[in-house]
Design a protein around this ligand. Structure first.
Ligand code: SOE
Length: 386
């Protein structure tokens, strides 16, 4: 008999949908000791929150996030709200003895992330920061190959995360485009993923140089019905200032390693809808991965003989690859939502064993220190210690 785990989700946008799907699927795809129960959905608007709750099968809904956290029949708080709300919600959840599962980016500042980590440590609750791409089977397999020594000493990590969803100058000034609500533009939203993967695959980053650019400096204020991924906002007439980057290029050094790294992130790469990419070049081999072909990992071994040497395209869907044994038969591809279900599986497995799951808010602190150093470097024009 599985233990019931009652979940309150705070937020019901794109990530609310993805996480609801995740909680509904995890105990069907994987063997876990818990049965997630969708207890209560929290949103800011009564009607749409009710509709969201009914659609996904939440037993209840509310517009009061504190009340949801305070409920005795809630065990875990899943936070998919805008970044500026994360710290208060996580701290409040921890103070009420609730386990936490929180979307990235962690918080507005490293100091906020530290408060989140401290509150969860003090309360002894589970803490998890969802950088879902660690849980792509091909990325987990890349990590395995690196740990097995197949890549050798790593000379280069080259990351990129390119999107194009705000290129329309009429795209409204949503919370993503304001420093006080998002912390940064793609520097926070997208480079946080690259930095997470760089730390996961290579190690700690200790200094950075960065360059940022804001291409469109003013945008229409959001009107009624404007949505995150909408294409413009004809109703709005007033304009507001964009206070985050539209693009950022970073070079990085790794602590105690002779690795030279980089990542470039933008929301202005026309045609690149969600191009999360990395290359790892080492003394024994190379790896290349791209989210738009997420089941494939390109691997080159320096040990192969010269005439035939080249990248092999490994279809990471074999039952022996990470996570894949519980998914579909070999060659039957998985998708974006799979990475979230894999994350929930790792979370629930750790919970059952009384272990920690990573990345957590301590990782969030480190990632934010890198992002803050990158912002400082872009502002001052100087190489900056993390
Ligand atoms: C929007 O840029 C977004 O949804 C990010 O917030 C996610 O972290 C990324 O994985 C996909 O794009």
């Amino acid at each position: 008999m599985k233990k019931k785990l009652n979940i309150a989700i705070i937020g019901k946008g794109f990530m609310g949908k993805v996480h609801s799907h995740m909680w509904r699927s995890v105990d069907k795809i994987f063997d876990v000791e818990y049965e997630p129960v969708l207890k209560v959905a929290v949103g800011t608007d009564e009607d749409s929150t009710k509709a969201f709750a009914e659609k996904w099968g939440y037993e209840d809904y509310t517009t009061d996030w504190k009340a949801a956290i305070e409920r005795d029949d809630v065990d875990l708080i899943d936070i998919v709200s805008p970044t500026y709300l994360h710290k208060d919600m996580v701290v409040y959840a921890a103070q009420h003895g609730k386990h936490v599962f929180c979307e990235k980016p962690c918080a507005l500042t490293a100091a906020e992330a530290q408060e989140m980590a401290d509150a969860c440590d003090k309360a002894g609750v589970m803490q998890y920061l969802n950088h879902n791409y660690r849980r792509v089977p091909a990325v987990a397999y890349a990590k395995q190959l690196i740990e097995e020594g197949k890549i050798g000493e790593i000379y280069h990590f080259r990351g990129a995360y390119l999107q194009d969803w705000i290129m329309d100058e009429n795209f409204p000034l949503t919370w993503h485009l304001k420093k006080e609500t998002a912390g940064g533009g793609p520097l926070f939203d997208l480079a946080s993923h690259n930095i997470d993967l760089a730390r996961f695959l290579v190690g700690e980053i200790d200094s950075v140089s960065a360059h940022t650019r804001t291409f469109i400096k003013e945008r229409p204020l959001p009107g009624a019905g404007s949505a995150t991924f909408s294409k413009g906002n004809a109703e709005a007439s007033e304009m507001g200032e964009v206070t985050v980057d539209d693009a950022c290029f970073i070079t990085m050094d790794f602590a105690g390693k002779n690795t030279l790294g980089s990542c470039d992130v933008t929301r202005f790469a026309s045609g690149k809808r969600n191009y999360n990419y990395f290359e790892v070049y080492g003394s024994k081999g190379s790896l290349v991965w791209n989210l738009e072909r997420m089941d494939e990992l390109m691997y080159l071994s320096n040990g192969d003989n010269a005439p035939e040497q080249g990248f092999r395209d490994i279809m990471v869907t074999d039952g022996a690859h990470p996570y894949t044994g519980n998914w579909w038969a070999p060659g039957h591809l998985v998708g974006y939502e799979t990475t979230f279900v894999n994350a929930a599986y790792d979370y629930l497995t750790a919970m059952a064993k009384g272990e920690k799951v990573t990345p957590d808010f301590h990782d969030g602190v480190q990632i934010l220190k890198v992002l803050e150093a990158a912002k400082k470097s872009a502002d001052t024009g100087e190489r900056t210690k993390v």
